[in-house]
Design a protein around this ligand. Structure first.
Ligand SMILES: [Zn+2]
Ligand SMILES: [Zn+2]
Ligand SMILES: [Zn+2]
Length: 83
């Protein structure tokens, strides 16, 4: 199964990855993978792999903080407990 290689920011307090852009596709070269260049065009076989595998995460910078999603969740939790 092919994989996308993405560059992004690593939030080191929660270890989440914030993707900026996909920089490369790692081709698995399987004829049965619809994401591969080896896959025949026009193939309608539902048994072929349709999705990318696990993303390869390349940290281009890192921040010693929680990511936006985690901070929003923390804010929500704080508001719920104080009200
Ligand atoms: Zn593939
Ligand atoms: Zn196919
Ligand atoms: Zn996070």
């Amino acid at each position: 199964m092919c994989q996308q290689m993405a560059e992004g920011t690593r939030w080191t307090k929660c270890m989440h990855f914030q993707r900026h852009l996909v920089v490369a596709i790692v081709d698995c070269s399987l004829k049965t993978c619809s994401r591969s260049l080896q896959h025949p065009k026009g193939c309608r076989d539902p048994g072929c792999i349709q999705n990318f595998g696990e993303e390869i995460q390349k940290d281009v910078d890192s921040v010693d903080e929680y990511c936006f999603a985690c901070r929003a969740a923390q804010d929500r939790a704080r508001r719920n407990t104080s009200s």
